[in-house]
Design a protein around this ligand. Structure first.
Ligand code: G1P
Length: 276
């Protein structure tokens, strides 16, 4: 497998769970302390060696583009008044060689449909997917851990988290016949999106993937699944018929910032240093 340099960020969702906050502001732009949620995930990707960030976006998400674009007027003002620290916060060194690409998803037909919009930009490479709602704190990051496993095993890898029974129906859930090769790596033999009964395991897909470009062939073949949407999970399931795919229980403190509870917990966690 070649070096992984591209990451797809699906950010076209409506953010209904955070209304009214998300009426005029994309949910990805909600601040976690002083940084928008999306910047945590972009930072994670770039530090893991990603050079091109591909946002799958919609017409209501203009501010994400503005956020990763230059604001020359503000930069000039900050420099003139010697506010170097503030200048560095809006002109981050780590993003200097990063390309930001935006693809508009004209209709919202699900996560799988969103990923399919990046097909022409990925071509024959493996790539990362980051769902920015899932904020994961660790060093090495979740993305870095998955990239390492993908390169080592030469397979696609989905990031996993152990989830209690009462919450498992919110996630894509994997099954694995194998005794794990080591306690964190699971060779998939099945995956199902949001099982409403009899989940095959307590291992949920959580916010990070490294997939080979073959996924696009399967995304093009599948019918709408759970909630009438084109599900990435269903394409992964079909891909399993022809390709090995591993699940990796990555390390990190995980916050599901798509829910209010997770969002508040993320803020409380990051704020605890400030309060002590
Ligand atoms: C998506 C995926 C699901 C995954 C979850 C968390 O669901 O479809 O398989 O487990 O993200 O990463 P969503 O939370 O967008 O409904």
């Amino acid at each position: 497998m070649k070096k992984i340099t591209k990451a797809v960020f699906p950010v076209a969702g409506l953010g209904t769970r955070f209304l009214p906050a998300t009426k005029a502001i994309p949910k990805e732009m909600l601040p976690v302390i002083d940084k928008p949620l999306i910047e945590y995930a972009v930072e994670e990707a770039v530090l893991a060696g990603i050079e091109e960030i591909i946002f799958i976006t919609s017409h209501t998400k203009r501010s994400i583009q503005d956020h990763f674009d230059k604001n020359l007027e503000l930069e000039e003002k900050l420099l003139k008044s010697d506010k170097i620290e503030a200048f560095q916060k809006i002109n981050r060194k780590i993003f200097q060689n990063t390309t930001f690409t935006y693809v508009k998803q004209k209709s919202q037909k699900g996560l799988g449909h969103a990923i399919l919009q990046a097909k022409h930009l990925i071509q024959n490479e493996s790539f990362a997917i980051l769902l920015a709602d899932d904020l994961i704190i660790n060093d090495p990051s979740a993305t870095q851990q998955l990239i390492n496993v993908a390169l080592k095993t030469n397979t696609s890898v989905v990031g996993l988290n152990k989830v209690p029974k009462e919450h498992i129906s919110r996630y894509g859930v994997i099954s694995s016949a194998d005794i794990p090769k080591h306690e964190k790596l699971f060779l998939l033999n099945g995956i199902i999106e949001k099982p409403q009964s009899n989940p095959p395991s307590n291992l949920a897909v959580f916010g990070r993937y490294v997939l080979s470009h073959h996924i696009f062939d399967y995304l093009e073949k599948i019918d709408p699944g759970f909630a009438g949407e084109i599900q990435l999970t269903d394409a992964i399931k079909l891909m399993l018929e022809d390709h090995d795919i591993n699940g990796y229980l990555y390390d990190g403190i995980k916050f599901d910032c798509g829910s209010k509870e997770g969002y508040v917990k993320a803020i409380a966690h990051l704020a605890s240093d400030m309060l002590s």
